[in-house]
Design a protein around this ligand. Sequence first.
Ligand code: 2AM
Length: 188
Amino acid sequence: MTAAHGEQSAVRVFYACVLPLQLRPEVGEIARATARRVHGRPVPADNLHLTLAFIGEIASSRLPTLIDVGAMQRGGAMTLVLDRLGGFKRAGVAWLGSSRPPVELGRFAAALARALVAAGIARDERPFHPHVTIARRCHVSPDEQPIGPYSWGIDGFELLQSETGREGARYRRLAKWPLTIEPEHPER
Ligand code: 2AM
């Protein structure tokens, strides 16, 4: 059956914060240098991102729900200081992360996860470890080490569709939302 006859097409999607343009040249260079060192594939600078919630394959008919869930989220801008380089050995990836990720980032990802459950969307249950993957298919796992620091002012998030082509993954933005809401009850 073809899509025209009612078959549901599936898409692979996730919510993420995309690395801002001004950090891409430097982090892209770190990605290339790290990939050389660990015999892996660097993530192209324009693909660098931090995943907030991974959905995976889902019927494209559910996209409006995913867009509604994204639009419902409220949060303020936050600063993520990328100051660690490390690897997930089993996954064969190298990443940049933070020794002190802002608590709001974990809270935001948790709220998004809850909203997805409430909307009946199955989501990957892995605990949230904020990181930016910089290289894949690494043959060696880099020792965790300090890097930068690179200060990332996170002021929005996106719903991305992942398409795998011959040259690797390509991400298409399906929706984007700002993070500009002041907290109602700021913590003292
Ligand atoms: P990774 O960079 O750590 O591999 C697009 O594939 C994004 O979704 C990547 O950032 C990837 O994380 C993340 N991702 C892929 N599969 C995932 C899974 N099963 N659980 C959580 N995140 C996943």
